[in-house]
Design a protein around this ligand. Sequence first.
Ligand code: PLP
Ligand code: COI
Length: 363
Amino acid sequence: MTTAIELKPSSHPLADAEREAILANPGFGRYFTDHMVTIRWTEGRGWHDAQLQPYAPLSIDPANMTLHYGQAIFEGMKVFRQADGTLGTFRPEANAERFQRSARRLAMAELPTEMFMAAVEALVAQDEAWVPSGGEASLYLRPFMIATELGLGVRPANEYLFILIASPAGAYFPRGLKPVSVWLSEEYVRAAPGGTGEAKCAGNYAASLVAQAQAAAQGCDQVVWLDALERRWIEEMGGMNLYFVQGSGDDAVIVTPELTGTLLAGITRDSLLKIAADLGYRVEERRISKEEWEQGNADGTITEVFACGTAAVITPVGAVKSAGAEWTVGDGGTGPVTARLREALLAIQTGQAADEHGWMHRL
Ligand code: PLP
Ligand code: COI
C-alpha cells in the first residue's frame, strides 16, 4: 500500500482576480479548485499511484463498469477558515468511516482512513487560497469513487479510482436562511429495508430526482421521504436529516428519526444530538409518523422543524404538503431553537466556540 502522494501541481492555476471574483459569490457546487487528488486500487495490488494533480477531465472508456451498473459512492465535508486564520475541517474521520461503509455495501474497495486524510490534507494545502472566509462560507470537499474496470459482466469491479475535488461554497439554498417547503412523498420511496439507504451511493440520488421534480410541481422546495413499508414514518430529506422541536424555551425536546438502516447516518445529525444535549435540551431518537407531525402542528406541540446536513448546515422547514393535507410549521419562520443550534454548530465549525468534543481537524 502506497500512502505518499506524488505532487504534480498545476502550472496554470486560475488567476488571483478570477478566483477572488468566484469566492465573492461561489453558490454551491458550481466552481472547482485548481487541483484534485486521485488514488487507484487494483485487485491483488491494493491502493497505489496517489497523485495530487491539476484538476482535469477524466477520459472514460464507454465500457467502464460504473457507467453501466453504478458502483459509485461519495462523501461531502467542509473546510472552514477559523477565527484565528488557520483552516479546519469538521469530523473528517467520520466521513472516512462512512465512505468505507458505503464501499462495503456497494462491494467496492475500502480506502483506509489515513489515505483519505492524506488526500484531504494534500489538496487543501495546495488549494488553500480557494477557502473563502466569512459567515458560513467554506470549501466543500467531495471525495468519490468509481470503478475503472471495463466490461459488461455484472459483478464487483477489480479496479477502482478514488478522486477528491473541492468547490468553494456559500449557502446551499440560493435564498439563504429562508425556511424551505417540503412535499411528503407517498408515491416514491428512497430506500427499503436491506437496500442501500444507509450508503452514500450515487444511485440513491438518481432515484430521488423524480420525487424531487414532483415536489417542485407541487410548489415545494424539497422531498421528505417516508418509510417504504407503511409510508407512514418520517425518514429524511434528499440530502439532509430531519429534526423536530417539541415545546419551547429551555424545556424544548429535540426529536430526530432513529437510524433504521434505511436513512443516512448524518454526521451533522449525530453532532446536533450532542450539541443540543450540551445546551441542556432533552434529545430523543425515535420513530415519528406523519400523523404525529400533522397533529403536533395542529395542537402546537411541534413548534419547529429543521433539516440538517453538511451542505445545508441547518435549514428551517416552514411549510409541509402531502397528497391529502397542507400545513405551516410554527409561524412559518425560523424558530429560536433552530437558530440557536445553527449558531452553536457554526461557531464550533468556524473556531469561534471551544471544540469540546475534539471534532475539528486542523489543516
Ligand atoms: N441524508 C442524505 C440523504 C444526505 O445526502 C446527507 C448529506 O450528506 C445527509 C443526510 C446529511 O449527512 P451529513 O450531515 O453527514 O452531511
Ligand atoms: C452533503 O451535505 O454533503 C451532501 O452530500 C448533500 C447533497 C449535496 C447531496
